[in-house]
Write a protein that binds this ligand. Sequence first.
Ligand code: NAP
Length: 511
Amino acid sequence: MSETQKFYAFNPSNNQKLEGEFSNTTKEALNDVVAQAVTAFDSYRKKDKNSIADFLEKIGEEILNLGDALLERCHLETALPMARLQGERGRTVGQLKLFADFVREGSWVDAKIETAQPERSPLPKSDIRQMLVPIGPVAVFGASNFPLAFSVAGGDTASALAAGCPVIFKGHPAHPGTSAMVATAFEKAIEKCGMPKGTFALVQGNTNEFGANLVQHSAIKAVGFTGSFAGGKALFDLANARPEPIPVFAEMGSTNPVFILPEILKQKGRVIAAGMAVSIAQGVGQFCTNPGLAFVEKSEATSVFSTTLAQKINETAAGTMLTAGISKNYNKNIENTLALENVSLLAKGQSSDLSNTAQATVFKVSMQTYTENAVLAEENFGPSQVLVEANTKAEVLEAARNLEGHLTATIHGTPADFENYKELFSILELKVGRILVNGFPTGVEVCHAMVHGGPYPSTTAPQTTSVGTLAIKRFVRPVCYQDYPSFLLPEALKDENPYSIWRLVDGVFTK
Ligand code: NAP
């Protein structure tokens, strides 16, 4: 890939080519960018915690300084409404600030100190200290559906920079203009905060080969990815096939099963159906937390629920999807599902003459049909759901036991339902990263306690999260310092605790 290949941005609502020409970063240029990141790592990792925190906040400020021009470009490239993009910008700046505060506080490095016991018998004990240190330059891939919050300045970038790692961000080809604008905010923040030049770089490309080259580069030490299962798995495999395998934190698709238990279905079936319709269709269903799968037990209440859900979905206007490809894929999957034996169409939203649209769609199937067709449990990225009717509680529990890993699961119930279905909670704890009660999975709060992750295939790293401050731990590794000269110890491990952080000293948490 030494020739520069050009590519362009398109407006998905009319297929018009947008202003601006983008180049696939060449392999030579990519090598230069990675070399700069390696050099930057040497000094960036040694920056004090307050400088890194200030830098993260400055990136946020510079994003805000881009003003509405950023949102307008983003709207043209994604067809996402301006109000949504305004909220997403707030979230992006908010998560940079959250990581800044987290780094400034400093205890996240998990400092542990075991003081020496020279007199211990039969063997003396050494002075042993441990903390987390940054892993090295990180390659980050963002998804098309969050052009700000899971893109150039998204959670992966924020958490890697917070950890002390330079970032090389591979821009998503669906919003290259937005990516380029956000990258200018990084340039300004780097200059104003005196950070090394290679601390952040945006590289653009629209071929799988390009992303593969980045992941296979020997100086890249970890990968953050948000996107499709196919993309995440391909990059995970490439990273594992390297002479030096590296961790890939791929957050991928999910169908986010929802369980609506019998008693609540009787009491609040209509209300839950209305909420479900909104959750399915919100943002044209283009959320990794979309409720793509729901389970109910057959009863009179089920038909009231289904009828209300059908009414609400039938009234839903079609929406433009993020790209022509995503829309084509969604509509093809809908056709394929309809063609399956014993799958009935419960509801379909309004049609539209606009380009690249999706109609909200709900299918209804028996538990037997669901069990016989594995494809019904798979994500169709967009506003669709498969509603599964079980005959018994045992069937519901069995379906839960057979789920693959998901980002979320939701249970709707009354206190009596919860008592009766205690086992469901216990099963789901092993299947997902977040369990919601009497809510809807769309919408992920960015906070310390959030888990946006889950067992494979929702991610390739179930021990962590891509949203919330725990995400920082993806880009670090523990180092043990044994009998170290005190002046060489990192600040976080010095006896006098200059950072005033919480540390585990001889088994006791102390400041
Ligand atoms: P995508 O097509 O997988 O793209 C993500 C990035 O990976 C792009 O930069 C893409 O660039 C690159 N890529 C994809 N396949 C690749 C391959 N085989 N080799 C090298 N690079 C590759 O994802 P998307 O369409 O933007 O996003 C939609 C999906 O993301 C949905 O499934 C959604 O559920 C999921 N999602 C998950 C989360 C989460 O947190 N778990 C959040 C948002 C979205 P190229 O196209 O240039 O190769």
